[in-house]
Design a protein around this ligand. Sequence first.
Ligand code: MRU
Length: 378
Amino acid sequence: MLPTIEWKDDAVVMIDQRKLPASEVYVTCKTSKEVAKAIKTMVIRGAPAIGVAAAMGLALGMKRSGASGTKQFATEFQKLCDEMAATRPTAVNLFWAIERMKRVFAHHVQAGASVDELKRLLEDEAHHIHDEDVASCRAMGAHGATLVPADARILTHCNAGALATAGYGTALGVIRAAAEGGKKVAVFADETRPFLQGARLTAWELVKDGIDTTVITDNMTASMMRLANIDLVVVGADRIAANGDVANKIGTYGVAVLAKEHGIPFYVAAPLSTIDLGTPDGSGIPIEERSDREVTHVGSYRLTPEGARIRNPAFDVTPAKYVTAIVTELGIARAPYETSLAALVRSAATVAATAPPREAGQRDTVVSEAELKQPEPR
Ligand code: MRU
């Protein structure tokens, strides 16, 4: 698996997801502004990956600051945070990551850290956010795999894979963990109009992993549920409200309603950073409207006549009543979500509060996909 995002030689390097699968090219961002633009234009996308990119972008921007004192440094930091927050409104991981960077900043300014120390601390925090994301995807995968039968036909929507995270994936992490555990899995990937994350990105990732993959257009989902004996649906999320309502890629709501009609479990896999207890229900989740052009054109080819009005909401909200369970890194939540999600978030806070403090520059142990594929020494 190629890395989604990396910190390399004081730049943030991302695989350009707009170009996949036709070409595997990397974009190198040298400033916070360039990272913000990469998020907005979907060079990098997927809620957890957006959070990681934002954190790295802020660390990068501040590393390049020429501020001589913490006061000026703090003013510049706030400006970069505001620019980053204006990129994409729905994925709460973006705001979660910015808040986390702000907390580290405020804590160490209060403790009297110098500008150089703050630069290093912000960079360390961005690396921790990256590494923790991979670890939580793996933990989610292990929990979620317990929900997958030995011989499973799984439908997914959009891309909630390694490309949408720092690695391994949320929904695709569950699928990967099931396959690695010896289960036979066949995946049906909704193409996911208009940006085609399913057809381009999910299929690319799964085919590379040797997982049986069938791409279907979005309007085939109902028929496939009836004719192809789908056993379960698993998708990711961009924001989960306190009551379990789930914002995810446009079309997810329809998939969930169809799953219920066909008696198919509908699972959501998402890290706790996607749970927004401050938003009581889905009606409070901001839904991003993207450019008409994503709907009117495929590449440079125009599909629709001039003069037709266009709508392009990038996300929808699936009411909690359609969600069979929510898989997180700390376990599986079921209805009533008001209590199960709050309990998981509380236990995450306890884990964080009791963790030993990190040494400066210490990274979490992240095993790369390449290392995992190395044969065991005899
Ligand atoms: O517009 P995108 O491609 O950023 O939307 C992504 C999704 O909707 C994903 O399903 C979601 O972020 C979960 S990713 C693990």
